[in-house]
Every structure is written in structure tokens, then in C-alpha cells.
Design a protein around this ligand. Structure first.
Ligand code: PSU
Length: 304
């Protein structure tokens, strides 16, 4: 018997596909590992509403009981948000989870894979994974970077998270041929802050140009996606000089505790929440919403 891929589109996503409408993929690791309950579920709902308001259809992706779901019901969002010890799925472990009937939240890499299978070309998240500080010793480099090099999805993020080694992250992306396109400014944004000290490798100022560039990559026969770095809105940012001392503290605590591999990013985000007394989470929610709006415009431009 030939195995078939257990992949289900929600009725809303299926209808949008049939109508040739704009669809924006959303990930679920941000819900299970990136934010505390109940703000995680509230954010997931409000981000879906932002996408609808911007004229596109949201497709939140997760693996539930061995099936890839593209588009979740409200109950599914709620139970994922409350669940403890859900797997954090990337390229390496997605197939095992599905094969064994497991449940897991999809990271940027796994969400890109599922979105691509479902024919969705645009995906909004908060920040991508990248090269962790000290990677010359630990080799901790997120699979998100290699996914961007091979899966043709445009990913809208607020730049690499400030907890990462940004120059090394940019080097890997460049080596892998991933275009890092900053939206509307000349410096690379750094997640909680609008600007970093790093120049934008590429800059585009409209969703239409970002859509055209995605189409051009297809015509050129280039595999892989584009990373769009969308600065957090000015009103919501935490300036670099305010956030960096907390980043340094969280990083040294992670090292002292021997936190490694998949636990690093969730630990650091959780500690940043505590150290900034919730301000990092408020900013994180604002930037994800901002990314969802831009992603919706790009998805619409791709349909036009
Ligand atoms: N964006 C956020 N919060 C998150 C993430 C993105 O605002 O928690 C998640 C994404 O799922 C991304 C993951 O793939 O963090 C990176 O994990 P790692 O560094 O272990 O690759």
C-alpha cells in the first residue's frame, strides 16, 4: 500500500485555495514555546484576525495526532496553548512525529515545509532562529536557516532575534543564498528593536516588489525562500541599549545552567519576559501582528 501524507486543510483555508485567494501561514511553536498562556492563545487569535482584516486567510499550522493541520479551529488553538510538553518540530523530527501519531508545534522550518506542501507562499512569524552566540563551540545553528535556503516560502519576521549572533546569522544566510530583504529601511531590524548596527543586505519598500521578487526567484529556477525583515513599529520597540543588558543576563544564565539545543530559545524568551517585567512579550506581540499585516499584503500582491 502506498502511504499518503496526512495533511488536512481547514474548510476556511480550502475555500481560500479554491477561490485563488491570499493565504498567510502562521506557526505554532510561538504559541507552545514562545509565549506564556494565556497571552499565547490571545496572540494567535488576534494575529489571525489581523490577517483576515488585511484581506487574506490565516492558516495556523501544527501536527495534531499524526496529521498536519493547515488552519486550526479555535478549540485546537486553545488546547495547543494550554498543552504542556508539546514537541517542538523542525525538519529533522517532523516525519517521526507524524509516523507515530504524535502532536507537535511547528517551528519556522517545519511550518515552511507544511506551507509549501499546501501551496501557501507567504508565512508570518516573530523572529527566525539563527546562529546562537558561541556557535563556534556549540555548533548551535537553527534549522530555520537551511530551510530558507531550500523551501520556496517568503517568511516575514522582525529580523533575527537579538539573543542570536546576528553577524554570523547573516553570514550563513548569505552563504546559503537566502535574500534578506529589509522592508522600508537601510538597517537590519533586531526583533525587539527597530534598528541594529548591521546594514540591510537588500531593501524593498512595497509588498508588490517583494511579491515580484518571489516570482522572479521562481523564474530564475532558484530554490529556497526569501526572508523579509520587517522592523517592529516605533511605538512598540524596546531600544537596543535598554534590551541588550537583559539579553546578556539571560544568555549568561542559560550558559550557567547548561541549557542546550531546542531549549535555548524558549529559555531565553522566557527569561526576557521575566527580566523586562513583561515588556518583551508586549513588543513580541506587536511585531508578530505587524508581520502578519505585511505578509497579508504580500500574499495579496502574489494573487493579483
Ligand atoms: N518567533 C517568535 N517566538 C518564537 C519563535 C519565533 O516571536 O518562539 C520560534 C520559531 O518557531 C522559530 C524558533 O523557528 O523560535 C527558533 O527556535 P530555534 O532557535 O531552536 O531554532
Amino acid at each position: 500500500m502506498t502511504p499518503t501524507l496526512p495533511l488536512i486543510l481547514s474548510p476556511e483555508v480550502q475555500a481560500a485555495k479554491d477561490a485563488g485567494g491570499a493565504i498567510v501561514a502562521l506557526e505554532s511553536t510561538i504559541i507552545t514555546h514562545g509565549m506564556p498562556y494565556p497571552q499565547n492563545v490571545e496572540t494567535a487569535r488576534v494575529v489571525e484576525a489581523d490577517v483576515r482584516e488585511a484581506g487574506a486567510t490565516p492558516a495556523t499550522i501544527a501536527v495534531l495526532n499524526g496529521v498536519i493541520h493547515v488552519g486550526l479551529t479555535d478549540d485546537e488553538l486553545e488546547s495547543l496553548g494550554q498543552a504542556q510538553n508539546v514537541a517542538k518540530l523542525s525538519r529533522a523530527d517532523m516525519a517521526v512525529c507524524i509516523a507515530t501519531g504524535g502532536t507537535g508545534a511547528t517551528t519556522v522550518a517545519a511550518t515552511m515545509i507544511a506551507a509549501h506542501l499546501a501551496g501557501i507562499k507567504v508565512f508570518a512569524t516573530g523572529g527566525i532562529g539563527g546562529v546562537h552566540r558561541g556557535a563556534e563551540e556549540t555548533f548551535d545553528i537553527s534549522a530555520d536557516l537551511l530551510e530558507l535556503a531550500q523551501t520556496a516560502v517568503t517568511v516575514v519576521a522582525a529580523g533575527p532575534k537579538a539573543i542570536l549572533d546576528i553577524p554570523k546569522t547573516m553570514e550563513v544566510l548569505e552563504t546559503q543564498g537566502v535574500p534578506v530583504i529589509v522592508y522600508g529601511q537601510d538597517t537590519l531590524p533586531a526583533f525587539w528593536s527597530r534598528a541594529s548596527e548591521h546594514a540591510a543586505p537588500l531593501r524593498l519598500d512595497t509588498a508588490e516588489d517583494i511579491a515580484k521578487s518571489a516570482n522572479m526567484r521562481t523564474l530564475l529556477g532558484l530554490p529556497g525562500g526569501q526572508l523579509i525583515a520587517n522592523p517592529i513599529p516605533a511605538a512598540d520597540e524596546i531600544p537596543v541599549d535598554v534590551i541588550m543588558p537583559f539579553v546578556e543576563q539571560a544568555l549568561s544564565e542559560a550558559e550557567a545552567k547548561g541549557i542546550a539545543a531546542k531549549q535555548v530559545t524558549p529559555f531565553l524568551l522566557g527569561r526576557m519576559f521575566e527580566l523586562t517585567e513583561g515588556r518583551s512579550l508586549t513588543a513580541n506581540i506587536a511585531l508578530v501582528r505587524n508581520n502578519a499585516r505585511l505578509a497579508s499584503q504580500i500574499a495579496r500582491a502574489l494573487c493579483a
